[in-house]
Design a binder for this molecule. Structure first.
Ligand code: 5GP
Length: 197
C-alpha cells in the first residue's frame, strides 16, 4: 500500500520548547525537516543547510519575487521563508515533511493550500502553560539580550492568540511529554484510511 505525504507544521512562541521538540523528533528521522531560508545571522553552533539556509536580504527578496517560497514572513525583525519546490516534491513522493514556522506562515499555508496540500496539512501549536513560564524559559536559554527578550515576549503574547486556528494544540509540559504527544499526533495522522491507496 502507498500513502500520501503529510506536511506537519509546528508553531510556538519562541521559548515554548519548540526547538527541543524538533531536535527530539529529528532523532527518529521518519520525515524530512524543511530547512527554511532566513536573513538572520547564525547562532553559535547553527549549521548552514541544516538549521537554516542563511541568506542575504537582497537574495531573500529575489527569491520572494521569483515565487520560490511556499510562505514567508518577518519574525523578530528578520525574514524567514519555506522553499516551495522542495516541500511539494517530497509530499508528491509520499515523504512526510516537518515545517517549523510562525503563526503568520501557517496562516499563509492554510490560506493558499489548495487540493493536495490542503489534505496534506496537519498543523500543531505548542502553547506554553503561562506567560510567566514562557519568560522563565526564554531567559534560561540565554541566547538573547534583554531587548530581544522583550521583543520575543511581546511577539509571543501576540502569537498565542492564534492557537485556535490550529488542528492540534499541545499545552507544553516536560520535553518528554511534548515529544510523546507530537509523536502520537504523527502516528494517528499517518493511519488515516483516506491517506492510503
Ligand atoms: P529562530 O530565529 O528562533 O530560529 O526562529 C524564530 C521564529 O521563526 C520561530 O517561531 C520559527 O518557527 C519561525 N520560522 C522559522 N522558519 C520559518 C519559515 O520558513 N517561515 C516562517 N513563517 N517562520 C519561520
Amino acid at each position: 500500500m502507498k500513502r500520501q505525504g503529510i506536511v506537519f507544521v509546528i508553531s510556538a512562541p519562541s521559548g515554548a520548547g519548540k526547538s527541543t521538540i524538533c531536535e527530539g523528533l529529528r532523532q527518529t528521522p521518519d520525515f524530512v525537516f524543511s530547512v527554511s531560508c532566513t536573513t538572520r545571522a547564525p547562532r553559535p553552533g547553527e549549521v548552514d543547510g541544516k538549521d537554516y539556509w542563511f541568506i542575504a536580504p537582497d537574495e531573500f527578496t529575489r527569491r520572494v519575487t521569483a515565487g520560490e517560497f511556499l510562505e514567508h514572513a518577518e519574525v523578530h525583525g528578520s525574514r524567514y521563508g519555506t522553499l516551495r519546490a522542495k516541500v511539494l516534491e517530497l509530499v508528491a513522493r509520499g515523504t512526510d515533511v516537518l515545517l517549523d514556522i510562525d503563526v503568520e506562515g501557517a496562516r499563509q499555508i492554510r490560506a493558499s493550500a489548495g487540493g493536495e496540500l490542503k489534505k496534506s496539512l496537519v498543523d500543531v501549536f505548542i502553547k506554553p502553560p503561562s506567560t510567566a513560564e514562557l519568560e522563565r524559559r526564554l531567559r534560561k536559554r540565554g541566547t538573547e539580550n534583554e531587548e530581544q527578550i522583550q521583543m520575543r515576549l511581546a511577539n509571543a503574547i501576540r502569537e498565542m492568540a492564534g492557537w485556535g486556528d490550529y488542528q492540534y494544540v499541545i499545552v507544553s509540559g516536560s520535553m518528554e511529554e511534548d515529544l510523546a504527544r507530537f509523536r502520537a499526533i504523527m502516528s494517528a495522522e499517518r493511519c488515516r484510511a483516506w491517506r492510503w491507496s
